[in-house]
Design a protein around this ligand. Structure first.
Ligand SMILES: *[C@@H]1O[C@H](CO)[C@@H](O)[C@H](O)[C@H]1NC(C)=O
Length: 134
């Protein structure tokens, strides 16, 4: 029977083996996060990226709903921001703006966001977003 110590040592070795067996180029950096900032002076928030999962700006993030003025996408990801909750583009976007914008790596000024029909003003329009590995 193993002592607790040797069991722990074995567990560490097993874990190290699993980690070193991972592909050299991971698909997604598990520590990646996005940063979203409001323009209204309520500041920025950093949210860990969960690939392909929809983040609604509700609950603890509701202060950012229709308030995002700047958005930072980490390397290796592309994020889509939506005017509606649920990460669906309903086509009922604010007049004059696209209902979604697709952001690649970098820090974006939402006044000049890449919409489906070209650069669009997406300031204070985001209600949900979703990020995927590139
Ligand atoms: C986001 O909001 C939409 C619409 O209210 C809802 O259908 C969906 O389940 C929500 N998604 C999450 C991840 O909370």
């Amino acid at each position: 029977m193993f002592s607790n110590k040797s069991f722990f040592a074995l567990a560490v070795v097993a874990l190290a083996t699993i980690v070193s067996a991972a592909p050299a180029k991971p698909v997604a950096d598990v520590s990646a996060s996005i940063t979203a900032c409001s323009g209204g002076g309520t500041g920025c928030v950093t949210v860990p990226v969960v690939s392909d999962s929809c983040v609604n700006l509700t609950g603890g993030l509701s202060f950012l709903n229709k308030e995002i003025s700047q958005f930072t996408v980490p390397g290796g990801f592309v994020c889509t921001l939506f005017q509606d909750f649920g990460c669906t583009a309903s086509g009922t976007g604010n007049a004059g703006s696209d209902s979604e914008v697709v952001l690649t790596q970098g820090t974006w000024n939402m006044f000049f966001a890449p919409g489906l029909s070209g650069t669009t003003n997406f300031n204070d329009l985001t209600s949900s977003f979703s990020c995927s590995p590139v």
